[in-house]
Structure formats: C-alpha cells, structure tokens
Design a binder for this molecule. Structure first.
Ligand SMILES: [Zn+2]
Length: 299
C-alpha cells in the first residue's frame, strides 16, 4: 500500500451521505438502505474509496477504529462454539426483494432465526462482495456473501456470517448462486429490485451451522464502519460456476473494502496519516482543506 498516495486521495475526495450495507440494527441503518433503495455516494474507487470513508458524517470509526473489518482470517483464530443453529429456510414462492443498492446486490430476507455462540439472532438480509473482503490465511476468493443478523433480545447486537465463494474444477454453482444469477440482468442498475423466489439455501445452512467458523470482534465494512459487530467467517466455501461468477462480477464491479489491521491494532488510515507531516501541519480545518482541494480538482 502506498500511503502517501492513499492520503492525497483522501484529501481530495468529496462529501456524501453515508450508510451501511453490512449492518443490521435498524437504528444503525440509513433509511434508504433499510428500504432497499438507492445507496449513498461512498464508493470503492480512489476519491470516495475506503481511505476517505472517515470523512463522511458519523464515520470517524472508518479512520480511527481499532476493531475494523475485513481482516486476514487465520486458521489459528478462535472458533465459534459447537451447537450453533439456524433456520435459513429455502426462499419459497412468495419471495423477497432482491435489490441493487448501488453498493451491492442484497436479498432482504428477514425473520429467520439463528443461534450463534449462544446468542439468538434474526436474519435481516444477505448481500455479496467481489472479490472477497476477508482473506483466509491470506488467500482471497472471487466472492463473499454476508448474512447480516440482529439480536432478538438486544437489537443493538449485530452478527455477520461470511462465506467465501469460489470457482471450482467441476464448474458448478451452489443452487443459491445459480438461482440468484438468473435475476441479475433485471437489477443491473442501482435502485432496481426484483422479487426472488424459490432460492435454495442448503449450502448456506450447512456452511453456517455445521462448519467451522472463525470469529472475531469487528465492524461494518461500509461507512459508518460501526464497531461492535461479531463476525463469523465460515471455512465452508460455496461453489460458483465461471459463467455465474461473471454475471455477478459484471453487476457488482469491485466492492471490497481494503484489508484492515488485526483487532486492537492501530487503524491503517490513522497509521498512514502520521507519516504525512505536510498534511498534519496545516492549520485549516480538515473540512475546509478538503473542500478547497476538491475545488482545485474539479476546476
Ligand atoms: Zn458485506
């Protein structure tokens, strides 16, 4: 990572409303995100990309939080207790909204119960990233799916289960991936929604309840990067065929946050900033400097 380049991008980037696509508690979500509408203006590209997210209102944690996600998951990490359970029933004929939020494609599948490490949760939704946000022993994967849960007795409790998705020698797709891929052409633009029906979730159910899951205290991986999220990263990898992968990739583009420091370590953005004395030494407020820089850039 070239820190001075990253930080000069940060100084130039523009303001925008921020919200989360990886959270779950209603109080922590932007209204449009809850409803599955158009998302905010943060992005995964230079000027409004991850190095600048701490500039968004209420998103300081993106730049100074010490338990940020995603991270490199190592197989020596703590493992979730045996006894986790979850419904993750197949989506039936009634279906659920499948929306292009502008940052991801997300199924608003609510109400499924799950017990993770003895805590009861309710599934809120699930969405996809290309490439994977987490790494496993430093290996990245073509995709990752996040199942976002909210605590039943304490709605401020958030738990996200991540499953890696990879291509495979047999070139087959997990049935969920195959089914959802058929809808993507209908939601290839931000704000578009279809009702997804008959989506099999067997692979997910197994990957969450019967698999080893690495757990760590982390955050939302989009602004406002709220901490206090319990992460479970499964070592069961879902299959996707090359054809279906390309369909997802084309719609999602690149939507993976920069890898963060291990829990408890200094934030990577904060770390980089301390080596830029020319930026630190300025007396203008950060917002003023940013506005001036942006004006220079756009003129
Ligand atoms: Zn996510």
């Amino acid at each position: 990572m070239h820190f001075s380049t990253l930080l000069s991008f940060a100084a130039l980037a523009s303001y925008a409303l921020a919200c989360s696509s990886c959270g779950g508690a209603a109080s922590r979500l932007h209204k449009r995100e809850e409803e599955g509408g158009e998302g905010p203006a943060f992005s995964y590209l230079g000027l409004t990309g991850p190095v600048d997210w701490n500039q968004f209102d209420g998103s300081a944690a993106c730049g100074n939080g010490k338990t940020q996600s995603p991270i490199n998951v190592v197989s020596t990490m703590k493992i979730s207790a045996i006894g986790d359970s979850g419904e993750y029933a197949d989506i039936g004929a009634t279906g659920f909204n499948f929306t292009n939020t502008g940052h991801t494609v997300e199924v608003f599948y609510k109400g499924q119960r799950a017990t993770l490490d003895g805590v009861d949760y309710e599934l809120q939704r699930f969405h996809f990233h290309t490439p994977s946000e987490h790494r496993l022993d430093n290996e990245w994967f073509p995709m990752e799916v996040h199942f976002v849960h909210q605590g039943v007795s304490d709605p401020t409790k958030l738990a996200v289960v991540g499953l890696f998705i990879d291509t495979n020698e047999k070139d087959v797709s997990d049935p969920m991936m195959a089914r959802l891929a058929t809808y993507l052409q209908s939601i290839d633009k931000p704000g578009e929604t279809v009702v997804a029906t008959h989506v099999p979730l067997d692979g997910v159910r197994t990957g969450i309840t019967n698999a080893k899951k690495f757990t760590y205290p982390g955050s939302l991986t989009t602004p406002p990067c709220t901490e206090g999220v319990t992460w479970y990263v499964s070592n069961t990898i879902l299959d996707v065929s090359v054809k279906d992968y390309k369909v997802f990739k084309k719609v999602l583009g690149y939507n993976s946050r920069t890898l963060q420091a291990d829990p408890g370590k200094q934030n990577v953005v904060e770390f980089a900033a301390q080596f830029l004395p020319s930026v630190q030494g300025r007396t203008q407020s950060k917002k003023e400097r940013r506005a001036a820089a942006l004006k220079r850039f756009t003129n």
